[in-house]
Design a protein around this ligand. Structure first.
Ligand SMILES: Cc1cc2nc3c(=O)[nH]c(=O)nc-3n(C[C@H](O)[C@H](O)[C@H](O)COP(=O)(O)OP(=O)(O)OC[C@H]3O[C@@H](n4cnc5c(N)ncnc54)[C@H](O)[C@@H]3O)c2cc1C
Length: 403
């Protein structure tokens, strides 16, 4: 792998740095609702400069940028401490999935409002009894002429309170194997029968929600990827989520580590040999994360689709970010108990890192079976171990839904 940027990539990075220095919107308001409108406005600005769907093809409103340019963009956004765009799930998952599986009419209808943040997207995969074992989900869709009637409950649905569209995974066939009976719908959130109830997190925020669906109607033309093909579409969605995360995560952790080193200096903690050792270990892990993000990128450039390698940086990111924020709280001592301290907030928010986007245990299973090709362990039911297949094992139903 050659890690040097080509002259064209360097020129792209310089142009972007220049643009960010002029258009950076300043610090994000702390209040949730203002913060959202602020990020929506910011996304519009990015979109008018062609940066919102950077790697999307030109014909769908993107810039046709290479994966390397997309990685540079993600890095530079974090480096400049610029806010995230408002429609993050639409940009990272919804759009790429519609581009991959959508009909010409779906591409025409959905892609432009994703880029402009006019229509926000959320992801309705997880249910109260189906997170890691996503294929066991119970939300049912029953055909009624040219529509489907949906009943069930979703949970942890990030951004459902602002979303217009939900990437909804529902069971349309009870008679076949559990991962074969699923269909991927685009559900209009602004209709009768869709009820959104906010859930409060340990940080005090409400990023996600419970979603109750009672006789919700979805037209047949809102199926993505065909009836009964929901499992494959869902796997593509999750692979895009993990791949999209790696680069910005690597830079964000590097920035946080630099801030932590400054904190340790300020508090005189750098003389303590154990703290020094923990900082050194964090440095190693952070560099490791960056290199593995590049490894995933190289694989994606070869195959054209994000593969199971994306699970490795997601796991490393959550471990490193949690260890980093734990060290910060150790250094802060009782000051870390203050409400509103940024390190306290980061420490609490980091608890979710090893759950959102697939739990660490599930990511380890994916890496063992689909990257390393190790055999699957015997199931509790007493099933014998089976050899793993790559890149996507259609029999594996534990994937863990998104964030
Ligand atoms: C901040 C945040 C945002 C989220 N946003 C969304 C969203 O927008 N949309 C959405 O659909 N979901 C979302 N989720 C849900 C998330 O994807 C699930 O919480 C996650 O997949 C785990 O599922 P679960 O909570 O049901 O836990 P479970 O699957 O019940 O797991 C419980 C524990 O058992 C372990 N475990 C389970 N199966 C195995 C196994 N086979 N081998 C080893 N260990 C195992 C898990 O690792 C975990 O430690 C979000 C979660 C968080 C924290």
């Amino acid at each position: 792998m050659d890690l040097t940027l080509t002259p064209a990539e360097q020129a792209f990075r310089d142009e972007l740095r220049e643009w960010l220095s002029v258009h950076h919107p300043g610090p994000e308001p702390e209040d949730d609702s203002y913060g959202f409108e602020f990020r929506r406005k910011w996304q519009r600005e990015l979109n008018s400069a062609g940066y919102a769907g950077l790697s999307w093809p030109h014909e769908y409103g993107g810039r046709g940028a290479t994966l390397i340019e997309q990685a540079i963009f993600n890095e530079e956004l974090v480096r400049a401490d610029a806010p995230q765009p408002a429609n993050v799930l639409g940009l990272v998952m919804g759009g790429p999935v519609v581009i991959h599986y959508g009909t010409p009419e779906q591409k025409e209808r959905y892609l432009a409002p994703i880029l402009s943040a006019e229509e926000i997207w959320c992801q309705g995969f997880s249910e109260p009894d189906s997170g890691s074992d996503l294929a066991s989900l119970k939300t049912r869709a029953v055909r009624d002429g040219d529509r489907w009637v949906v009943n069930g409950q979703k949970v942890w649905t990030t951004l459902a309170h602002t979303a217009k569209w939900c990437m909804l995974l529902a069971r349309t066939d009870q008679a076949v194997a559990k991962h074969k009976g699923l269909t991927y719908f685009l559900m209009d959130m602004e209709q009768e029968g869709v009820q959104v109830r906010p859930l409060r997190q340990i940080t005090g925020e409400s990023e996600f929600n419970e979603l109750f669906l009672e006789d919700v109607r979805i037209p047949n033309e809102n199926i993505v990827g065909g009836e009964g093909n929901g499992w494959n579409v869902a796997i593509t969605t999750l692979a895009h989520e993990r791949a999209g995360l790696a680069f910005s995560a690597a830079v964000a952790v590097r920035r946080a580590l630099n801030e932590l080193i400054a904190l340790c200096r300020e508090r005189g903690a750098t003389d303590d040999p154990i703290t020094r050792q923990r900082l050194a270990q964090l440095h190693v892990e952070t560099e490791n994360l960056r290199l593995n993000a590049l490894r995933g990128l190289s694989a994606q450039m070869r195959t054209g689709v994000p593969g199971p390698e994306g699970s490795l940086p997601k796991w490393q990111w959550s471990d490193t970010n949690q260890a980093l924020t734990e060290l910060a709280l150790d250094v802060l001592g009782e000051d870390g108990l203050r409400v509103g301290d940024q390190w306290t907030y980061r420490f609490l928010r980091a608890r979710a890192n090893s759950i959102e986007g697939g739990t660490t245990e599930i990511l380890k299973n994916i890496i063992a079976e689909r990257v390393l090709g190790l055999p699957r362990a015997a199931r509790p039911s007493g099933d014998p171990p089976r050899p793993a297949t790559t890149p996507i094992d259609a029999e594996t139903t534990e994937v863990g839904a998104g964030r």
